[in-house]
Design a protein around this ligand. Structure first.
Ligand code: HEC
Ligand code: HEC
Length: 242
């Protein structure tokens, strides 16, 4: 199992470098749905300030800054508006959000990041991570009856890619930075972040230990390598040829 995953992991490096996502979510109609009403072309220039931290196409280099590429436009707008009105606070990002003072600019900037290829994860680094990945995957898919932790997949969809239809309430999580995911889950749990509608994420994270959070973040930030990967993934096809 581990050996097989290593092969798949090695092959998926190639897949990553050749830049084709193994995941659904990149069809023109799906991208259009993510973009919403804004103009991604106008948004590209307007996003210059954001790109300094979040990366040119929304694939930030540092885990301090979340990836925005392929994120739902509506979710991006909601977060920026809430940094503006104080419902969510971060010293750096609150200042940045306040610099966007025009509705149309926010629509367009959000549309630009939403129009980019969905964020992708990195490879599992070692055996300890492999173990955490599998634990996180199980918790993500099944929840934990003993602690009452709810199944994440119910809202966030397979590998946190969101659900295809009008599911702009639930952010894309799969492929996000590990340390950013850990920070957000911890911030929900400690009520540092409270802008989730009806406290959904607060209720969920109070059932999670720090270890659970690390396992979930490992699963969501690493390229899918085993049962979660769809049968049609290019990685699997390539492996069977070897
Ligand atoms: C100086 C660095 C910096 C710049 C420039 C910046 N941001 Fe951010 N942004 C951050 C940080 C840091 C966070 C994470 C806050 C936290 O940890 O909760 C963040 C978070 C966000 C989030 C939340 C994402 C999520 O997954 O919840 C959005 C959306 C966002 N930024 C949009 C923007 C937009 C749009 C711009 C340009 C107008 C911008 N940012 C400019 C630093 C920056
Ligand atoms: C009942 C639905 C629901 C379930 C179940 C759920 N979430 Fe969420 N989650 C949400 C919503 C809604 C948001 C967006 C909050 C907002 O609007 O700011 C969110 C936001 C998040 C974020 C913040 C993303 C970002 O970019 O900042 C993370 C991380 C997250 N969820 C992880 C999880 C994990 C891990 C689980 C399982 C333990 C889970 N969620 C279960 C509804 C849910």
């Amino acid at each position: 199992m581990l050996h097989r995953n290593k092969i798949i992991a090695a092959v998926s490096t190639v897949v990553l470098l050749t830049a084709t996502s193994a995941f659904a979510g990149e069809s023109p109609s799906e991208i259009k749905q993510r973009i919403g009403l804004g103009d991604p072309v106008a948004g590209k220039d307007k996003a210059a300030l954001c790109q300094g931290c979040h990366g040119e196409d929304g694939n930030s280099a540092s885990a301090t800054f979340p990836k925005l590429s392929g994120q739902w436009s509506d979710y991006i707008q909601k977060q920026v508006r809430e940094f503006q009105n104080g419902a969510r606070y971060n010293a750096t990002m609150t200042d940045m959000a306040l610099s966007v003072d025009n509705f149309q600019d926010l629509f367009d900037i959000a549309a630009y990041f939403a129009s980019q290829k969905t964020m992708g994860g990195t490879l599992i680094e070692n055996e300890a991570e492999q173990k955490l990945y599998l634990e996180g995957q199980k918790l993500y898919m099944e929840g934990n009856e003993r602690t009452g932790a709810f199944r994440c997949i119910k809202c966030h969809g397979e590998y946190g890619k969101g659900q295809p239809l009008n599911n702009n309430l639930f952010p894309v999580l799969g492929g996000q930075h590990k340390d950013y995911l850990i920070k957000q889950l911890t911030d929900f749990k400690t009520e540092e972040r409270e802008n989730d509608r009806s406290g959904m994420m607060l209720r969920i994270t109070t059932r999670l230990t720090d270890h659970d959070i690390e396992a979930l973040a490992t699963y969501l930030s690493r390229e899918p390598v085993s049962p979660a990967a769809p049968a049609s993934a290019p990685a699997a096809t390539t492996v069977s040829k070897n």
